[in-house]
Write a protein that binds this ligand. Sequence first.
Ligand SMILES: Cc1cc2nc3c(=O)[nH]c(=O)nc-3n(C[C@H](O)[C@H](O)[C@H](O)COP(=O)(O)OP(=O)(O)OC[C@H]3O[C@@H](n4cnc5c(N)ncnc54)[C@H](O)[C@@H]3O)c2cc1C
Length: 223
Amino acid sequence: MPCDILLSGADYHHTETLLPKELRQYSESYWNKKTFAPSALLFYVGFNKKLKDVSHHTLFFDTDFDAHAKTIYDTKEWAEKPLFYASFPSITDASTAPDEKEAGIFLIPIAPDVEDTPEIREHYFKQLIDRVEKITGEDLQNNILFKESYCVKDFKDDYNSYKGNAYGLANTLTQTHVLRPKLKSKKVDNLYFCGQLTVPGPGVPPSLISGKIVSDLIIKNIA
Ligand SMILES: Cc1cc2nc3c(=O)[nH]c(=O)nc-3n(C[C@H](O)[C@H](O)[C@H](O)COP(=O)(O)OP(=O)(O)OC[C@H]3O[C@@H](n4cnc5c(N)ncnc54)[C@H](O)[C@@H]3O)c2cc1C
């Protein structure tokens, strides 16, 4: 069957799917057995002052890495004390916050599909701010102008992301190279796939490379 209708991301509603079930290349049980990259709990925070002793990129390795990793890949639950990444873009780019203010982005890697409620998000925000305060000696709690959060539910609602994952299909040994989902549909003529679920894998550069590989494949197939 020729595939001549593709919806752009902006045009479609997430209750719709691009293909009817019988034309899909892979089944629900296929995806369910795959190892997905982590999801994330993110906070976007405006601080009412400049922060000292933090860098544009700051990794907080103040808790047990192995215990956190186990919750993402093995037990698939919230970690008690997760490690996190913090970015303060206003340290190097003045356009990202007004004078004497700081923009902060915090990211906690989590297992895909963990429970996501406002209470859970708030619990981790408080813990995160407490830990940054303790390490930096800064008063942050009383200097928050605003905050927004983003988590599993948003990844699902906004991007139709499977189990709310943030980075696509993990590159494990059995999900690498020819063992990843194929670039060309076996069921729909002239339908090709690219991006982080295919070859070579997650990340912006690999997703762009997959587009290049697919374009070469299309040119080869129509030549
Ligand atoms: C917080 C975060 C930080 C990251 N940091 C980095 C980084 O520093 N460096 C890096 O290299 N990578 C990073 N990544 C990963 C990178 O963003 C992704 O690997 C890359 O954007 C994947 O591109 P893609 O085109 O495959 O998928 P996406 O960019 O997810 O695009 C898929 C599109 O398809 C749409 N869609 C879904 N279902 C349907 C449907 N049924 N019909 C129509 N449209 C549909 C979605 O809405 C979406 O717009 C990060 C990701 C996150 C979430």
